[in-house]
Design a protein around this ligand. Structure first.
Ligand SMILES: *Cc1c(COP(=O)(O)O)cnc(C)c1O
Length: 457
């Protein structure tokens, strides 16, 4: 088989600012060992997130110019609405400035005290919005999804037996909805199978429960179904996406992921009454229903991006380039979540830095080491992000300590990724010298964004 090449040519480039290890050590100290607090021009390869960091196509930039900025009834909105309906088949489409704005609106209405949201794994902003409404979020990913080193085709699946059990034990009256996150971002970017979505939907329907899809990476998930699930290899990405959404009552999405936009999101639903309530909230928080916190040009970019993301050649390149990084570092013995996710490689920091206990934040320590060694910025998905405290202020650690290296869409070339692999392997060889961290300042919600840390001596 020949090399799978990037399915694009580069028309416009952005410089990378080079710096050295001594400079980065100082920059990291000034950022309190939290790379979210770094200046991004001090980062050489930025794998912090794939959110809003993709490269737009020439067609999207052309769309920016024809964006219609009318306050009400803009043709750009109607193109956006029709692109979303074409994929989701949902009756109502509500634009929002990001995915979390859609979550905030939805959970303000369906959440609240005593309510429970059950998911394969809730993303951090999703969980935060649920908890902010007073409700509780419960993650029940399938058993193999909790074993980083075990490879399986659909490790993002929800544990349907655990869902049934929860319903048997607690009844349904407090369950606000079941949310399927595709792909499962916080659980290693792992896909969810069509069979699992179908079965979850069946359980929900039997018990009169709502099922929503957190659809940020619907196209990557559809590609995995096409490649890995029996009966889908001859179906198009669009057909698979249509089937996925056909089982759901609604969806939220961040257009900063699988829509190649720098900003944007939406809430889609089949429920007319809920749609009215959501729009009422939208008007006081985001904007009029035909722009919802976005400029007309953004709506245009999203509408075009949603079509481009379903191209077979793009998805083949996308999923292969993530696996390429995973394969390289796996061959050198670096422990990662197997197999590679769609948008990111997740290093198992608990295994990588086995000399550090979880209350010394091994994931964050590894994130810092990758930045110092090579100017690469990743993000901790572990006890800094999800840890809680017990009554004695002792850390209740997260189940996994991961470092996510998210690959921005259409941004880096194969030589950038080769460099990333070299840096990771070098850090792995020196892993025993890496020190743990302690938190010196933190916020009550989403603390990883702003927490300040210090090195343990
Ligand atoms: C990014 C993301 C969100 C939130 O979207 P924003 O646009 O960042 O607000 C929600 N769920 C998942 C799975 C995500 O990856």
């Amino acid at each position: 088989m020949k090399t799978i090449i990037e399915p694009f040519r580069i028309k416009s480039v952005e410089p990378i600012h080079f710096n050295d290890e001594a400079y980065r050590k100082e920059a990291l100290r000034n950022a309190f060992y939290n790379p979210f607090l770094l200046h991004s021009d001090d980062v050489m390869i930025d794998l912090l997130t794939d959110s809003g960091t993709g490269a737009m196509s020439s067609a999207q930039w052309a769309g920016i110019m024809i964006g219609d900025e009318s306050y009400a009834g803009s043709p750009s909105f109607y193109r956006f609405e029709s692109a979303v309906k074409d994929i989701t088949g949902m009756k109502t489409v509500i634009p929002t400035h990001q995915g979390r704005a859609a979550e905030k609106i939805l959970f303000s209405i369906l959440g609240g005290k005593d309510k429970v949201f059950i998911s394969n794994t809730l993303f951090d902003t999703t969980r935060a919005n649920i908890e902010f409404s007073g409700a509780t979020g419960i993650d029940i990913v399938c058993p193999e999804g909790k074993l980083p080193s075990v490879s399986a085709p659909f490790k993002g699946n929800i544990d349907t037996a655990a869902l049934q059990q929860y319903i048997t034990d607690h009844g349904t009256e407090n369950i606000a909805m079941v949310i399927i996150t595709v792909t499962n971002n916080s659980g290693g970017g792992q896909p969810v199978s069509m069979a699992n979505i179908r079965e979850t939907s069946k359980i929900c329907k039997e018990h009169g429960l709502l099922m929503y899809i957190d659809a940020c990476r619907f196209a990557e998930n559809a590609y995995f179904i096409q490649q890995r699930e029996e009966g889908y290899k001859d179906k198009s990405i669009k057909e698979i996406a249509n089937e996925m959404f056909s089982y759901a009552d609604g969806a939220t999405m961040s257009a900063k992921k699988d829509a190649f936009a720098n900003i944007g999101g939406f809430l889609a639903t089949n429920d007319d009454k809920l749609a009215i309530e959501c729009r009422n909230l939208l008007v006081i928080t985001e904007g009029f229903p035909t722009y919802g916190g976005l400029a007309g040009r953004d709506l245009e970019a999203v509408a075009i991006g949603l079509k481009e993301v379903m191209e077979q050649s793009y998805l083949e390149y996308r999923i292969r380039s993530t696996a390429y990084l995973a394969d390289k570092i796996t061959a050198a013995g670096v422990p990662i979540v197997q197999p590679a996710g769609g948008h990111a490689v997740y290093i198992d920091a608990k295994a990588f830095l086995s000399h550090l206990p979880q209350n010394q934040y091994p994931g964050q320590a590894l994130v810092c080491a990758l930045y110092t060694k090579g100017g690469i910025r990743g993000v901790e998905i572990g006890s800094l992000m999800f840890g809680k405290y017990d009554a004695n202020h002792e850390l209740i650690p997260a189940p996994m300590e991961l470092v996510r290296l998210a690959i921005p869409r259409r941004v880096y070339t194969q030589s950038h990724i080769d460099y990333v692999a070299e840096v990771i392997i070098e850090v792995f060889q020196e892993r025993h010298t890496i020190k743990g961290l302690k938190i010196i300042e933190e916020a009550p919600l989403l603390r990883h964004f702003t927490a300040k840390l210090d090195l343990l001596s």
